[in-house]
Design a protein around this ligand. Structure first.
Ligand SMILES: [Zn+2]
Length: 497
């Protein structure tokens, strides 16, 4: 069952993220700040790196190869991809204060059960004309028209070449298709992914790093033939796995997602092909391996009228957040042969290749598309456990493998050789772990600081250490303490981490 998103929790979390050095902004703060641009501060950047490396690891384990393509591409690319015309947000203008807002977001906030992504102009206008949503600034009615705002950020190459910052990495990944085809010895299937920046010129992004104007995407593309989609060998390995599937008609009749075995999903026609079912599982694996609990994940299928113009079938992986409720994290789309077909036509380059039966085809593409900012926020949101009342302890119960600081080393006092000894221990541990030395404030304060940034272990050097060569090791989640020999410390931590 879902719980209500908490504005109070959200504010407390964002304050912690700023105060403890995870995320700063919106930037440039000293000039007043622009919505949708953030700095990953030292701890946040380490966490985001750990998350990106985990994503990379799962992609590579599933035979995707990493590439890095340019961020900026000329107009003709975005015309062919459909972004120049189709990549827009619906806007409304306040009749009184002239403020401009995204009508879909306003409806979503007020009516969380309404799925606005399926809305056409007509449905939006109904909400505006019936004044079911009003200006959040002054409470007046909106002008009765829906404007379209393109989300791409424009730039110029040289003196006169019109160009755009990419609004997704996917399109830039597709362009060298014929190069991949040669590299992979002219044999389908093959997978390619990119982790890199993309840009969307949102009108008024709120929701912290969940919705940025500049953000990091992680998008994987599987190139294959129609035949391979049905005849997908890797499906055998995952067909008994269960995923929380929520079809569009289940959403329609208000029933809940069902844990569904992929084999059953195929035979019940919930999913159209085995390669797509396998791809859903890869996406699920990324989120569960990051440490997100199963019960906080669901796959929501797009209704037929909600799907993007290029997609044959799309399911979004959503995660339940304390701050924002169920939030889209990842989209898995069967993009068919739409992309390569369009770029072939628009560029005048023949991008056809032979399939198994020697027919000339454009490749089919199945995509896993997401960013790394949202999973980073999700991890922080789900595992931050502030406690109120007597003896309060704010703990960030991060999965240990993601913690930005793995172990902190404290001398009981910064004197009597305790500090020298502590620095020695720190140096030993730094060979294998991200270890952090801290001598300022009381031990209690130092523990509290480390609890709040998710450090799984703290090691204290006291007077006994100098005689017996052992230390106190304290565990974040339980507060339990134990004495361990310095010589056995690294081995103990390795086991735990
Ligand atoms: Zn207004």
């Amino acid at each position: 069952m879902s719980s209500q998103p908490s504005k109070k929790f959200q504010e407390q979390l964002i304050q912690m993220l700023t105060h403890r050095g995870f995320v700063w902004g919106p930037e440039p703060e000293i000039y007043g700040g622009l919505a949708g641009f953030f700095t990953y501060a030292p701890l946040g950047k380490r966490l985001k790196n750990n998350i990106e490396n985990k994503i990379r690891e799962v992609f590579i384990a599933n035979d995707y190869w990493e590439v890095e393509c340019p961020i900026i591409m000329p107009r003709e690319v975005w015309k062919a991809s459909g972004h120049l015309e189709g990549f827009t947000d619906p806007l409304v203008e306040c009749s009184k204060c002239k403020g401009v807002f995204r009508i879909d977001k306003l409806i979503e906030e007020k009516y969380p059960d309404v799925i606005v992504s399926a809305f056409k102009e007509k449905e939006f206008l109904e909400f505006v004309n019936d004044a079911k949503v009003k200006c959040p600034t002054c409470g007046s009615k909106f002008l009765p028209e829906i404007r379209r705002h393109n989300l791409m950020m424009k730039t110029t190459i040289g003196t006169n070449i019109e160009a755009y910052n990419r609004p997704e990495t996917a399109t830039t990944t597709y362009l060298p298709f014929k190069r991949y085809y040669e590299f992979f010895r002219k044999k389908f299937p093959f997978g390619v992914f990119q982790i890199g920046k993309a840009f969307r010129n949102e009108i008024s992004p709120r929701q912290h790093i969940i919705r940025c104007r500049e953000f990091t995407q992680a998008e994987a593309q599987l190139f294959l033939t129609k035949k391979l989609k049905q005849d997908w060998k890797q499906f055998e390995k995952v067909k008994k796995e269960k995923l929380p599937l929520w079809t569009w008609y289940m959403q329609d009749n208000k029933s809940h997602p069902q844990m569904t075995m992929l084999d059953d999903a195929m035979s019940g026609n919930l999913l159209k092909n085995k390669a797509y079912a396998w791809t859903l599982y890869v996406a699920y694996k990324i989120f569960t391996e990051l440490g997100i609990p199963h019960e906080k994940i669901r796959f929501r299928q797009h209704a037929p009228d909600e799907k993007a113009f290029y997609s044959d079938d799309t399911w979004d992986l959503e995660v339940e957040l304390q701050s924002f409720g169920w939030t889209e994290m990842c989209g898995i789309s069967d993009r068919t042969d739409y992309d390569i077909g369009n770029h072939s036509k628009a560029s005048g380059t023949d991008m056809t290749v032979p399939d198994e039966d020697n027919n000339k085809i454009f490749p089919q593409i199945i995509e896993i598309a997401f960013g790394t900012d949202r999973p980073t926020f999700a991890i922080l949101d789900i595992f931050y456990k502030p406690e109120s009342g007597v003896g309060e302890r704010n703990v960030l119960k991060l999965p240990k493998h993601l913690a930005p600081v793995q172990v902190a080393i404290f001398p009981l006092m910064a004197r009597d050789n305790l500090d020298t000894k502590a620095k020695e221990v720190c140096e030993i541990l730094q060979k294998d772990f991200f270890a952090y030395y801290d001598e300022s404030g009381s031990i209690g304060k130092r523990y509290a600081r480390m609890d709040e940034v998710g450090t799984p272990f703290c090691v204290t050097i006291d007077y006994d250490t100098l005689e017996k060569n052992d230390v106190t090791i304290r565990e974040r989640d339980t507060g339990k303490q134990a004495r361990v020999k310095i010589s056995e410390l690294a081995e103990k931590l390795r086991k735990e981490l």
